[in-house]
Design a protein around this ligand. Structure first.
Ligand SMILES: C[S@@+](CC[C@H](N)C(=O)[O-])C[C@H]1O[C@@H](n2cnc3c(N)ncnc32)[C@H](O)[C@@H]1O
Length: 284
């Protein structure tokens, strides 16, 4: 075991994690997902991987690292799922949904009037609250009986969150802070489970798929709007640069890119103009 010195907080843990183990986990994570795991994440990685070691009845981090050094190993997907951070909520950073309703949708109603289609991508959708918030906003503007073809692609690297999003069933604490009228209109309370289920009209707009943003994208169409919020914050500048360039290629001219509150395109791409708080438009 190389450099097995543990920081004070890591001493006497159930499974010792050497520097070598941590560096290997961080390197595999970066190569496969783009997610950077700096030293400050050591504690978090310890607890998440220790859970996997227990679940597999392994004895130490060396055994676990041997498993994930083969990306075809059945554990690899669980490893990837365990390193993602999936924090999200309905109408998170609500100013984006207000902007979608007040400015983007009216613009698209004009520019797309000849074909009446709108395509939105929620890239890094986590458990689905973001794409469902987009769907509710679209339906609020277009109504239930509109002739427009509205579609949202929702993708994430983590297969567990994609499944949760697809199920569209949320515990009361995920929904409680919403306006009661929103809950009444777009959710059905399951009296048996006490969970809230998205109504079919909203579900119908969204297709959920697992997709690693670092891989090739099997996506034929271009989008009018891409939401990629609070995802690139985990990537380094080199990965962000490549990704923003690919987003520009995947957007229609004049299409919109919406990013998270602590993210920026500054010095990373000149293919977008800033048109609002973390809202950008692809330049023609
Ligand atoms: C903090 S959540 C953001 C969820 C949502 N966009 C929001 O802002 O509320 C970040 C998501 O990015 C996903 N993610 C991280 N790396 C990814 C990658 N390489 N490809 C696709 N998704 C990735 C994670 O699995 C996670 O669900």
């Amino acid at each position: 075991m190389a450099n097995a010195v543990q920081p004070a907080s890591m001493e006497n843990r159930e499974f010792p994690m050497s520097d070598h183990n941590f560096n290997m986990i961080a390197q595999i994570a970066y190569q496969y997902t783009g997610i950077k795991l700096p030293e400050q994440k050591r504690q978090m990685i310890y607890s998440r991987i220790a859970r996997r070691i227990r679940a597999l009845s392994l004895t130490d981090f060396d055994q676990y690292c041997a498993l994930i050094s083969d990306s075809n190993n059945a554990e690899f997907n669980e490893f990837v799922n365990s390193i993602t951070t999936n924090l999200t909520s309905f109408f998170r950073e609500n100013h984006h949904f207000e902007y979608l309703e007040s400015t983007i949708i009216p613009e698209l109603k004009k520019s797309n009037a000849s074909h009446r289609k709108i395509r939105v991508w929620s890239a890094g959708c986590s458990t689905g609250e973001e794409p469902y918030s987009i769907a509710m906003t679209l339906l609020k503007s277009f109504g239930m009986k509109s002739m427009w073809d509205l579609k949202i692609l929702a993708t994430d690297l983590d297969s567990n969150v994609v499944e949760t999003g697809r199920a569209g069933i949320y515990k009361p604490d995920r929904v409680n802070d919403l306006d009661p009228n929103v809950i009444k209109k777009w959710f059905e309370l399951n009296e048996t489970t006490a969970n809230y289920e998205m109504v079919n009209e909203v579900r119908k707009l969204i297709r959920f798929n697992r997709l690693n943003l670092l891989d090739a994208w099997p996506i034929k169409n271009k989008f009018d709007v891409i939401f990629c919020r609070n995802v690139v914050i985990y990537f380094d500048k080199k990965t962000q640069k490549k990704l923003f360039d690919r987003y520009a290629n995947q957007l229609n001219d004049g299409g919109y890119l919406i990013i998270g509150h602590s993210e920026s395109l500054h010095k990373l791409t000149d293919r977008f103009e800033s048109i609002g708080k973390t809202v950008y438009r692809k330049m023609v």
